[in-house]
Design a protein around this ligand. Structure first.
Ligand SMILES: Cc1cc2nc3c(=O)[nH]c(=O)nc-3n(C[C@H](O)[C@H](O)[C@H](O)COP(=O)(O)OP(=O)(O)OC[C@H]3O[C@@H](n4cnc5c(N)ncnc54)[C@H](O)[C@@H]3O)c2cc1C
Length: 243
């Protein structure tokens, strides 16, 4: 098997995903409450856009906590963590975890919610809040591979200040060619994503698009229901729920 066809396959040792040491080497805040962590993970096998990793924290007394985070990057290991107030793990990752410190990760995980650069179908991406993270990996993978497959991103955020990757999305929508980005600010307009948003901004079903929807469970179910009501084949709608 060549390297390309191995890319994105979960790395296993003894039939189980193995934990790897990951060092924080860079970081940036995407919003006041969302932080991108750039991790150095020796032996990282590579991944496909859409896959995620598990992160494990271990306290001095041996207590461990584990959560999943989507990979934000096309290459290298980057995640973007949205701080959940009162959360156990996310406030540590956004506010405490410091450069040169270690955590453990395993992955890449996931074989269905992935976009492959060779897929010629037009792509509709629908993000709710931090659900934009794996969709951003797809947009970055498209650019890094020099591909012009038409992409449409519908990004639902509470306010403009809650938009992650705002500058990069603006630049890519201007320069990448064939990337359309539409925002829905739910707190500003006082309503959630609806049929009209999807009908106006997503690829119509006749284009046989690949559809990726990611965000909180309620958001994902609402959008999937709208897509089906608009005639899309439910089996073709790929969803990732953040719970
Ligand atoms: C496949 C997958 C990929 C994920 N990718 C990302 C990612 O890229 N970025 C990211 O920030 N998160 C992501 N998540 C969510 C992440 O795994 C954690 O659930 C999240 O960081 C909260 O963990 P916590 O320990 O801080 O909160 P917990 O201590 O687990 O929960 C505290 C409280 O917050 C509620 N809560 C839990 N998660 C959320 C949430 N997302 N929004 C609002 N309330 C919540 C809980 O119901 C609980 O009441 C992903 C989840 C999955 C399953």
């Amino acid at each position: 098997m060549n390297t390309a066809s191995k890319l994105g396959r979960p790395e296993r040792s003894g039939g189980r995903l193995s934990w790897r040491r990951a060092t924080l080497v860079d970081q940036r805040f995407e919003t006041p409450t969302a932080r991108t962590l750039v991790l150095d993970v020796p032996g990282w096998p590579g991944h496909l856009a859409g896959q995620h990793i598990d992160v494990r924290l271990t306290a001095a007394d041996g207590y461990t906590a584990q959560r999943s985070y989507s990979l934000a990057s096309a290459t290298g290991v980057e995640i973007t963590v949205q701080r959940v107030e009162d959360g156990e793990v996310s406030p540590y990752l956004t506010d405490v975890f410091d450069i040169s410190q270690l955590i453990e990760v395993r992955g890449p995980i996931g074989g269905w919610f992935v976009w492959r650069p060779g897929d010629p179908a037009p792509v509709t991406l629908v993000a709710g809040g931090s659900g934009v993270v794996p969709l951003m990996a797809m947009i970055r993978s498209r650019a890094e591979n020099g591909i012009r497959t038409p992409f449409r991103l519908i990004y639902s955020a509470r306010t403009p200040e809650d938009v992650m990757y705002a500058d990069e999305l603006r630049r890519r929508a201007r320069d990448d060619g064939g990337l359309d980005v539409q925002y829905i600010y739910t707190r500003v307009r006082g309503s959630r994503i609806g049929v009209a948003d999807v009908n106006t901004h997503a690829w119509p079903k006749d284009f046989e698009p690949s559809v990726y929807v990611c965000g909180p469970t309620g958001f994902v179910e609402t959008v999937a229901d709208i897509m089906v009501a608009l005639g899309h084949d439910a089996r073709g709608i790929r969803t990732e729920r953040y719970g």
